[in-house]
Design a protein around this ligand. Structure first.
Ligand code: PAF
Length: 325
């Protein structure tokens, strides 16, 4: 009896110790698709540091870069079911979970970074973030991926006519796919982890991404032409699993939000510095950079796509973003 009591106490004690260990110093798994030196890595580090500081080391973040936890869609699914704690992702696959984020994926919608910051950090951005809990996710902050540019291995693209017939990898995103189809490009939706090999083997002719991604993923090794199309702004989101969020006290929730904002700020700064300095670097690495893009012709060619977006989202919602100051 005495022995049984001791055993029971020991087992319970062990359980208490391990629970206390988790609750006392929990390490969260944070996944993203790029290298640790990328804007996502810089954002994740800033978030982790701020969270550890605010919580006195109770909450720390372990990073899983380079798709170690899967592609972006898989990681968001993981956050929903609680197998991934935090995800830094482009908005690319997020529209499949929270449809309103698709609004931000419309080509040529955002004019510049000032416009981006006003929309995402203002009431429109907040309204979209507020949709996430209904869909089993918590969005802590808007980070940044950046304005996307087209690369390919075949032709110097300046106009939509140049791009016709190219097989281009797109994200798994309906708004982007509609745009590329409208331009006469053959869109091939594909998860990012498969992209380098697809470009290398010629399964697709090209892809489109912000400068920081093109550098970090070393696409210059498999793509000749870089056209500075800036055809669409690509937001990023820092997403938390409700499995973590629902366990937090009100004070802890505040720490997570502040840390998310610190991560988003660092991410935007790095993405913008890459956008400013990376083109020269890519030229040095051997890419032919096409700067004289006929953006007006791209917007004109996209008119049928804009009609579809208006039907889907409502013209007033699109105009609200387009005209926001
Ligand atoms: O092209 C994509 O899928 C995204 O832009 C990437 C590179 C995964 C970053 O979010």
């Amino acid at each position: 009896m005495f022995l049984k009591k001791i055993l029971t106490a020991t087992v319970l004690g062990a359980a208490l110790v391990s629970t206390a260990g988790v609750a006392g110093a929990a390490e969260l798994k944070l996944g993203y698709s790029l290298a640790p030196t990328s804007h996502y890595g810089v954002g994740a580090t800033a978030m982790g540091e701020e969270l550890a500081r605010l919580s006195g080391g109770k909450w720390t973040i372990k990073q899983f870069p380079a798709n170690a936890l899967g592609g972006e869609r898989e990681m968001v699914e993981g956050a929903q079911i609680g197998t991934v704690d935090v995800v830094v992702t482009s908005s690319g696959p997020v529209g499949n979970f929270v449809a309103d984020t698709l609004l931000t994926d419309i080509p040529f919608l955002f004019k510049d970074f000032k416009h981006v910051d006003a929309v995402l950090d203002g009431p429109i951005g907040q309204r979209i973030l507020d949709q996430f809990p209904k869909h089993g996710l918590i969005a802590l902050a808007w980070g940044e991926n950046g304005f996307r540019n087209l690369t390919n291995s075949k032709v110097a693209v300046k106009t939509p006519a140049d791009a016709k017939g190219l097989k281009i990898r797109t994200m798994e995103n309906q708004v982007h796919m509609t745009a590329f189809q409208t331009l006469g490009v053959l869109p091939t939706p594909m998860a990012f982890p498969e992209l380098f090999t697809a470009l290398q083997q010629g399964t697709v002719d090209g892809q489109e991404n912000p400068i920081g991604v093109i550098m970090s993923a070393k696409f210059d090794q498999v793509q000749k032409y870089l056209s500075l199309t800036q055809h669409v702004y690509s937001p990023a989101l820092i997403i938390l699993s409700p499995a973590v969020w629902n366990k937090l006290s009100a004070e802890e929730k505040g720490w997570f939000k502040t840390a998310g904002l610190a991560g988003a700020k660092a991410m935007r700064e790095k993405a913008r510095s890459d956008a400013a300095n990376g083109v020269e670097e890519l030229r040095k690495r051997g890419m032919t950079v096409v700067t004289d893009i006929d953006r007006a012709a791209f917007q004109e060619a996209l008119k049928p796509a804009y009609e579809q977006y208006a039907k889907k989202f409502g013209q007033e919602k699109i105009d609200e973003i387009r005209n926001y100051k």
